[in-house]
Ligand binder design. Sequence first.
Ligand code: XMP
Length: 537
Amino acid sequence: MSVSSAHSTGNSTESSLSEAGASVLTDQRIVVLDFGSQYAQLIARRVREQNVYCQIIRHDLSADRIAELAPKGIILSGGPSSVYEDGAPRCDPELFKLGIPVLGICYGLQVACEAFGGKVTNTSRREYGHAMCEIVQPGTLFDELPGEIDVWMSHGDQISAISEQFEPLARTSTCPFAAIRHKELPVYGMQFHPEVTHTPLGGKVLANFVRGICGCEPNWQLSDFADATVRQIRDAVGDRRVICGLSGGVDSSVVAALLYKAIGPQLTCILIDNGLLRQNEQALVIDEFTNHFKADLHVVDAEDRFLASLAGVVEPQEKRRRIGHDFIECFKKEAESIENAHFLAQGTLYPDVIESGADPDGPAATIKLHHNVGGLPEELGFELIEPLRDLFKDEVRRLGLELGLPEKLVWRHPFPGPGLAVRCLGEVTRDKLVVLRAADAIVIEEIEAAGLYRETSQTFAVLLPVQSVGVMGDARTYDNAIAVRSVNTDDFMTADWSRLPYELLARISTRIINEVKGVNRVCYDISSKPPATIEWE
Ligand code: XMP
């Protein structure tokens, strides 16, 4: 968990680090030094799948600070930079002398190699995709693996020479040092990505490092995390009050559940209805909330204000900015009415931090402006509580179930902070929202009826800013088009469109056109992410 002063999401890792020792009941920790890879969290997730706690930290944390965390192993992630460029991110070279096993992956391998005098060069053409990797030295990293394994490469640079302290463990036809190890120190590295599913035996390679080389016991459980976090919240909060913004989504609900367990009546939740929620959502949230918690709930009806701000705005980032601004103003006003409020709880997850590039000093690139990350502004004067910022979505869901939240809520598809505004393309108006809400409700109803809600990761309707010609009865129509979007994804950073059965698509289309006034055409979005994003705006 992270408890820190408001807006501390900027220096995320330091703030959550300071809590790291206390928040997790295990001395078996692996740390991943993040060099800006989109895969850093995937590495952490693969380690946690082995019930070993894994935490992502800044790449430039000093060796002393890392030693304080007492990890059993250190993984250096990949990253978009080239080690030979000026200002390329590096780690403290002292960490190689801590005696703690180190595994460098891709860029991380190059960082480790360069620290010992190896040579990294550009390979003139980027190697991206599948490769066969021949194991030249079995055992340790490649224990119980065949002599050749399929691996996934994604790099422009590679090691052209290793210093004599290193020896090769594996090679591919184009990469002579696909895996290496230091002859004396516990330092290992690989050019390929063991964390991605395209390296089918990558899980075993990581397990060999985590369990075999680092000697970690598989004893980390989410229930330990919940108990430790509850205790930590109690200690930090004392007799003061915590405010929690509730959206009806799984993240804020799990935060509320954790806080309720920790401090019960000292919790006040605020639901801001911005008029951009889905069909019946306000009622649903109130219902679920009052059924599961007895804490204080404030519902702020702010539809008019948000819609007035959005009038005439078509640019997606401007919509987000205005919604973010109004949200802050509404929240602030409501919070002022709550006595003794000292803390603000937010449901920030680690992927939110990475995707938003919320760490200004971090090497990861900003992809999309997510208004709910970066937090509410400093002048609100709250201390932030972010109990989920080290967790992944699937872990948050499991935690929600452990805390007794209903399955339906825990498995609800994610819904963006700016709500239907980013699914109502172009200018947002009350009339358009009525059409979009009705169409979206049909999509969800049908996907649930087909038993496919849990099978898909996010399914929704989008109202397109075009009108097209149709014919209904004997009359010509000139009406709206709805796009149906449904994606499957593990981490929402990459996604593929769901292969929904034609019959289901046909039912959705027929129902929307028959039941939603103003729609005469339905399309199905068959783009993957990348290059598209999940939301249309
Ligand atoms: P994209 O569209 O970037 O979305 O592929 C990835 C995931 O993030 C959600 N999303 C948001 N969530 N505020 C949020 O809280 C936002 O501004 C926002 N934009 C996208 C999106 O629904 C998907 O789950």
